[in-house]
Design a binder for this molecule. Structure first.
Ligand code: GCU
Length: 622
């Protein structure tokens, strides 16, 4: 009997600690001022996870008295000449945060495993009721976070923000924040073992310490209900508030100021109609400064107001048909050694290259990009396809894998729900049709719709040859019945025959929904010239674009495409010496920033599409 009580008590303790240790996603902490913890962090490369498991492979942070000698999260120093401590962050090397480790040190380029980061900081202390959170923009892939030797928690997923409350563990004066990052790929991961991109590990986005009052603004939604009535509705969530607390909303440029009351859950709903309103669009990316105040807490953010919906085979932006002049983009900056985008300037450069291409749309592949990308898309007037890394052969029957995917989808939607630029949430990329996969994705679709009814759902599916008619391409995927926009990747002329095949195939996409081509393209080594029949030359890629575009233009219900892709990018799959050298070369711009000939083919086509669009808006069809 006694043993059973002990086990029950222990299981309750583990469950409680798991709850306490759960990473939270509190979107509006991004908008609160805080202390940046970016910059130099000391680091220890730990391929055998010596700092995390003892020599019997027992997890040290489950030990109530872990050894000071090897437990890295204790950040211990010898207390006397005789004490054995076999690590020392102070005399270890540094890495810059935010940033991947792969491109900061040559010996880490291919590193896959655990690496410890340590940041010391002083803290002035708290006044009554204040709370402190540590917010990570993203860590790839698993993060185990410790403050002053105690566990704050664990987060899994490489591209979405997470937060731990630090109030109880912070000290006045010196503090030690230690993060174990593990970028090891896993079969049950999201993404799974195989991807066509570099597995950049590290604290790849910003880290901030945020102090808030006992009751603080945690989240909000603003959405335009109709492009005709200009009714704006939404809600504000006050963490720690009960019923009847007053929240002030103001949009000074519109002369709007209103007070709303919270309900018992601390949520204050609102609905109002400004006297005048300029709608957001790529042509007129109008943003309004929206201010939210509750007690002494205030957040301000620029928000654009627009509507997006489908009507038969059209996508309507603010009630008008839109053609998506897109390009795919990885979150990777090619110059100065490459690596994950880790500054707003690099993010802006990627989007400016897309604007130079005459794009009005970017597909941010294959995972949520950093906050700067979507906020800059709002400012620059680029529509966005935002995607979670449910990529290729995910472990469809694994419940933890589904929960991981759902967490990443929810965190992505909650982070960016107020971004006018985002019009499509994408559930997946090139996942093999099958019962378990479709069940997984239809559940994910329901989750997305429960969180956001103001945007469209899609996924990059695959095309198939019509049985018995090899030159007729069709989409036969039950996922097409679930999403709003039927999108698929196609590589006729690269993986599927030669470019001349474009003139021989036809397409049957039999859904009364908009059709979007989410990828096409081919590799070219920039500067390699030859005949258009010579694979890997710029001329081959140029000809592929010249032949593909007219083929796609014939597809009934085509609302646009996003060729693969803006820039060459690192991939361990791409090993052809002298051509790929560890890079996927489908970029229209090389890894040195040079435009290839195909860039100008697409730029010219989009220029004509843009002019046609302007004319159409001037003379709308009756
Ligand atoms: C696939 C996939 C991309 C990949 C590309 C390629 O469609 O979606 O992630 O990089 O094709 O093979 O280059």
């Amino acid at each position: 009997m006694k043993l059973r009580l002990r086990i029950t008590w222990l299981s309750c303790l583990v469950a409680l600690s798991a709850t306490l240790l759960r990473a939270e996603n509190i979107p509006d902490l991004f908008l609160h001022d805080g202390v940046s913890l970016n910059g130099e962090w000391k680091c220890i490369v730990d391929p055998y996870e010596t700092g995390f498991y003892d020599y019997r492979r027992e997890q040290r942070d489950l030990n109530s008295n872990p050894s000071r000698a090897e437990t890295f999260f204790l950040d211990a120093k010898p207390t006397g000449p005789g004490e054995r401590v076999e690590f020392d962050f102070d005399t270890s090397p540094s890495l810059i945060v935010p940033g991947d480790w792969n491109t900061q040190r040559p010996e880490l380029l291919y590193y896959e495993g655990s690496l410890w980061y340590r940041r010391k900081f002083d803290f002035a202390g708290l006044t009554a009721g204040q709370r402190v959170f540590v917010r990570f923009g993203a860590v790839n892939y698993r993060a185990d976070v410790y403050l002053n030797g105690k566990k704050l928690g664990t987060h899994i997923g490489g591209f979405t923000p997470f937060t731990f409350e630090a109030t109880q563990l912070l000290k006045q004066g010196a503090n030690s924040l230690v993060v174990k990052v593990d970028n090891t790929r896993a079969k049950d991961g999201v993404p799974t073992l195989s991807t066509d991109w570099w597995n950049y590990g590290g604290i790849t986005r910003e880290v901030k310490l945020v102090t808030v009052p006992k009751k603080f603004i945690a989240d909000h939604r603003f959405a335009l209900e109709s492009e005709n009535t200009h009714v704006i509705s939404g809600w504000v969530q006050i963490n720690g508030a009960g019923e009847g607390e007053s929240v002030q909303l103001s949009i000074p440029e519109l002369g709007e100021k209103l007070f709303v009351k919270t309900d018992a859950s601390g949520r204050a709903a609102f609905r109002f109609t400004p006297a005048r309103l300029r709608l957001w669009s790529p042509e007129t990316p109008k943003l309004y400064e929206v201010s939210i105040a509750h007690g002494g807490d205030t957040v301000v953010e620029p928000i654009g107001f627009r509507t997006v919906r489908t009507q038969g085979k059209q996508i309507l932006l603010n009630g008008k048909p839109v053609f998506l002049r897109g390009i795919c983009i990885h979150e990777e900056f090619p110059l100065n050694g490459g690596g994950r985008v880790n500054t707003a300037d690099k993010a802006k450069q990627l989007l400016l290259w897309a604007k130079d291409l005459n794009c009005n749309f970017v597909r941010l592949a294959h995972y949520p990009h950093n906050e700067a990308m979507t906020r800059l898309a709002d400012e620059l007037g680029l529509l966005v396809w935002s995607e979670v890394p449910v990529y290729w052969t995910i472990d469809w029957t694994n419940a933890e894998t589904y929960q991981n995917a759902q967490n990443q989808l929810s965190d992505n939607i909650e982070r960016d729900a107020n971004r006018a630029s985002i019009i499509i949430w994408s559930l997946a990329n090139e996942t093999p049709v099958g019962e378990a996969r479709t069940k997984f994705l239809s559940k994910l679709a329901m989750q997305a719709r429960s969180l956001d009814q103001t945007r469209l759902l899609s996924a990059a599916m695959e095309k198939h040859a019509k049985p018995g008619a090899e030159n007729i391409n069709v989409v036969q995927d039950p996922l097409a019945d679930i999403v709003d926009v039927v999108a698929f990747n196609q590589y006729v002329g690269w993986y599927d025959g030669l470019p001349e095949m474009c003139g021989k195939v036809s397409w049957e996409v039999s859904y009364n929904k908009p059709v979007f081509i989410s990828e096409f393209g081919g590799d070219a080594r920039q500067g390699l010239h030859g005949s258009k029949d010579q694979r890997w030359t710029e001329e081959y890629q140029e000809d592929l674009y010249r032949q593909t575009i007219p083929m796609l233009d014939k597809i009934d219900g085509l609302v646009g495409f996003s060729p693969w892709l803006l820039l060459d990018f690192r991939s361990p799959r791409r090993v052809l010496p002298g051509i790929q050298d560890g890079f996927n070369r489908k970029g229209l711009i090389s890894s040195e920033g040079a435009r290839k000939k195909a860039f100008f083919v697409l730029q010219e086509y989009y220029q004509k599409r843009a002019e046609a669009g302007k004319l159409a808006n001037l003379n709308p069809k009756k």
